[in-house]
Design a binder for this molecule. Structure first.
Ligand SMILES: [Zn+2]
Length: 121
């Protein structure tokens, strides 16, 4: 930031990282000392400044589209119905494999070892 000596108007380029309000400054030209203040429009208002109405606010569309509504949390009756249906299908398949084991064994002889393994000879 450009820092100007208030006594002799000598200018210095000072890194912003070194500047903080209240920092002691010494001019190498005239040896004046002062405390640095953040320059701002309120720091030194001009006496005969004309009052200008601020420009009207203009609606600006957001840069990023608003996020889509979050999907409804799964669960409830649909989840329960899914689990019940899956379990019913498994039970029905197992029961059919037991009830119709002779037909299964004729159609797929390799399945015989499975029936023997679970004691359904
Ligand atoms: Zn100076």
């Amino acid at each position: 930031m450009e820092v100007t000596c208030p006594a002799c108007a000598a200018g210095y380029a000072v890194p912003d990282a070194l500047l903080r309000p209240g920092r002691r400054m010494v001019c190498h030209v005239c040896n004046a000392e002062w405390r640095w203040q953040e320059p701002g429009p309120l720091a030194a208002p001009l006496p005969d400044m004309a009052v200008v109405a601020p420009p009207p606010l203009v609606a600006v569309p957001p840069l990023v589209a608003p996020p889509a509504p979050a999907p409804r949390a799964s669960g409830g009756w649909a989840l329960v119905a899914g689990w019940v249906g899956s379990l019913a299908l498994l039970v029905a398949a197992g029961a059919a494999a037991v009830v119709y084991r002779e037909a299964v064994r004729q159609a797929w002889p390799a399945a015989g070892w499975l029936y023997r393994a679970i004691g359904l000879e």
